[in-house]
Design a protein around this ligand. Structure first.
Ligand code: GLA
Length: 383
């Protein structure tokens, strides 16, 4: 439950000051994986798992941050440029660092953080933490940014402070999501279109319980491999700075010059862009069957050409196939573990979740966490 009153009491008890309270959601991506940093298309949904932040000013020149999830308090001097410590505080302090670099001056403050986005599960707990911190600290100085710009600044926290080479999808949807809608984002110019999710469709998120990290080795390796393919295309056709601009014909012509793995990664990214645009059109016209088909193709490509899945995620997707009510299932997020996203007819959602969980536990020996979720609003002030 996202209860601002509970967070306020926690903050009051610890810091003895009345806070302002903000929330930023995690996300699930319906389709469009590893396309954001190629300036392509993604179609995520903000979900009803989120991070909440309570903030109040201090007069002693300190920044004191308490994470209820980690049960830990950290103190910093306001006005001193923060450095990364390789722990949870890098996300909030990275926000302070990037925004300070933009010329903002922050007074001391107390910040209490609490969230229920499962960590390391591909549901963007870190983006939620960045976006909620950004809203909170900006409110202290009476500043704000339009959602797309806020997302760009929070992406820079990952890229420049935390050292994770991610794209903009997660921060963008956390800042700009809309209740009951998916968001088709063009990662080149950050223009977007909202598509309503029909009322009779549930989003079932199935956690394989296999942890992933985008700061780990696989994500940057895949990114490098796909960018190497792009460089070869660009050497023949200079109008291709990103795979967004490449075509499957380019791969037919010049694929033989690429490392086999690079060719496979590029084939995933180029075809995924086509699928994502088609999927958004299918959702807009309410063609759920076509959307489900595209999600299935996307999983095949993610697992096959991109080699971004793992045995457990492939198993979770396979086990969903013949369950009543399934529209489409695929691995979501950065890959190599984490969660699958399942679109399911609402009336079957509970039984789908139960049976999928039982089947997965029986097959893998791992007890999964399965949640029936709904599309939620992006980050905002709660009180
Ligand atoms: C992670 C990154 C995103 C995106 C996805 C893969 O979630 O943070 O920028 O690249 O992986 O689609």
């Amino acid at each position: 439950m996202h209860d601002p009153a509970a967070l306020r009491s926690m903050h009051l008890a610890r810091f003895n000051a009345e806070p302002a309270i903000f929330v930023a959601p995690g996300r699930v991506n319906l389709i469009g994986e590893h396309t954001d940093y190629a300036e392509g298309f993604v179609m995520p949904v903000a979900i009803n798992f989120a991070t909440l932040a309570a903030i109040s000013p201090r007069t002693d020149g300190k920044i004191v941050i308490y994470s209820e999830n980690f049960g830990e308090e950290k103190a910093f001097d306001a006005g001193v440029t923060p450095k990364a410590h390789k722990d949870w505080s890098d996300y909030p302090m990275g926000v302070v660092a990037i925004l300070s670099g933009e010329g903002h001056k922050f007074p001391g403050f107390s910040l209490t953080l609490w969230g229920d986005v499962p960590l390391g599960s591909g549901l963007s707990s870190s983006a939620a933490l960045e976006v909620v911190t950004a809203l909170a600290v900006l409110s202290l100085i009476g500043a704000s940014y339009p959602g797309p710009q806020l997302a760009r600044l929070c992406q820079r926290v990952e890229n420049e402070f935390v050292g994770a080479n991610c794209g903009i999808m997660d921060q963008f949807i956390s800042a700009n999501g809309k209740k009951d809608h998916a968001l088709l984002l063009d990662c080149r110019d950050l223009s977007y279109r909202l598509a309503p999710i029909p009322e009779n469709v549930a989003i079932v998120i199935a956690n394989t319980m296999v942890k992933h990290s985008i700061a780990g080795g696989d994500y940057p390796t895949r990114r490098r491999e796909s960018e190497a393919a792009c460089a070869i295309i660009a050497s023949h056709r200079p109008g291709v700075p990103f795979l967004r601009d490449a075509t499957l014909e380019d791969l037919e012509k010049w694929g033989h010059e690429m490392e086999p793995k690079s060719l496979m990664r590029a084939r995933h990214v180029i075809s995924e862009n086509l699928r994502t645009v088609a999927a958004s059109e299918a959702l807009l016209r309410g063609d759920m069957k076509e959307l489900g088909r595209l999600m299935a193709e996307a999983h095949k490509s993610y697992s096959g050409d991109f080699e971004g899945s793992c045995v457990e995620a492939d198993t979770m997707v396979d086990l969903a196939q013949d369950l009543p009510g399934l529209i489409g299932a695929r691995l979501t997020g950065g890959g190599f573990g984490g969660c699958t996203v399942n679109l399911v007819e609402q009336k079957y959602a509970e039984s789908f979740a139960k049976t999928l969980g039982e089947r997965y536990a029986a097959k893998t020996g791992i007890v999964p966490e399965i949640h029936v979720c709904h599309a939620s609003d992006g980050a905002h002030r709660m009180e």
